[in-house]
Design a protein around this ligand. Sequence first.
Ligand SMILES: Cc1ncc(COP(=O)(O)O)c(C=O)c1O
Length: 374
Amino acid sequence: MHFETTAIHAANHPDEATGAIAPPLHLSTTYERTADGGMPHGFAYVRDGNPTQSRLEEALAAIDAAESALVFASGMAAASAALQVLPAGSHVLIADDSYYGVRNVAEQFFGQWQLAVDFVAMHDLDAVRRAIQPETKLLWTESPSNPLLRICDLRALADVAHEHGAMLAVDGTFASPALQRPIELGADLVLHSTTKYLGGHSDVQGGSLAFRRRDAYAERVEHVRQVIGGVASPFNSWLVLRGIRTLSARMRVHCQNARAIAAFLEAHPRVEVVHYPGLASHPGHEIAKRQMSEFGGMLSFGMKGGREEAIAVVERVKLFTRATSLGAIESLLEHRASSEGPGSRTPQNLLRMSVGLEHPDDLIADLEQALNRH
Ligand SMILES: Cc1ncc(COP(=O)(O)O)c(C=O)c1O
């Protein structure tokens, strides 16, 4: 079945009790039990599981070609649970260009969790091979990466991980399952910040993990979620489920608009570099063509003239909203190093853009006036 069809129909049966076509939102925190504690309806308490969340998890597993999925209160709650369950003494390799929140988890908590980490350029397979140690249990990568839109060869990385008895985890937030399904390429685990494209409207926070196998590792992650409690709320689950139904249609427009803007920026004399995997000039373009069905709605670009010139562009845009985050209907622009704050490793001349669903000519006209300030 095609992705578009799966995204509409996965876990989308009419409600058994009422025939309602739209899925019911079950806000109940507790469920009736038998006198001896049995669960006749399969649910007991909202933190352990609830029908709205189960529907979302079924849909997420289907769209990521996974055996099972778990949803969390945020992308970071999902990422932390996946890392926290690794056995003490494990070594983890994390992509050097990955969402800075994951780097924060490693730097601030891995000591307590008795995990060792190295940051490595995941698009350089030789560098990855050199960095692997006998204790390496997990390779954690992003493709496209945040904020430099680097592409790594997911199939090759999965092979390298598996040769060494490690798992490959992919943060697929930028691509969404509509454009790239890492499990089909050999990955063991896929993270999404569902706050982004899956929700799609800047009005819900969430995270998900999709597992190639519902194995002992997946069960440990579920156990951590239940005990520590970073689970998605029913309402947020409902919103993300609703977002999945329109994901492929939205992604088509995000991609189309981003392509047009990337081409405009690449030809602009005040722009030093454009990072967009859909451009033939992007070093990962050929790999992206193989492993993605389209190139996404995210891009970043470096301004000639450094930080000051970059900030001046953000100041001058009128249609783009000056805000962080991504993956929703409206276009956003940010000076990424400022958003990341002290300790950011992002180049000071870099602007990150989440391309929305407006008409591309209007977006380009806004960029044109913002760039041509001299
Ligand atoms: C690529 C990526 N992964 C993970 C996250 C974390 O997700 P959340 O903000 O939902 O915790 C983000 C957030 O911006 C992100 O961009």
